[in-house]
Ligand binder design. Sequence first.
Ligand SMILES: [Zn+2]
Length: 57
Amino acid sequence: MKCPHCGGRKAVEIDIHSEGFSAEASPVKECGKCGLIWRVKVVDDHTEIDIIKPAKK
Ligand SMILES: [Zn+2]
């Protein structure tokens, strides 16, 4: 999945279980290019993007 901020394709999944997120239901991604951290929530038949941490640049 592309970064919703910069369109970068080098997003990695990160594990932040300790902060109470369920990684199985909505994997948290970090963009290797701009540093944006987001997750994708699946709501019924569509997805929503949740920005957790804004991009660095
Ligand atoms: Zn990005």
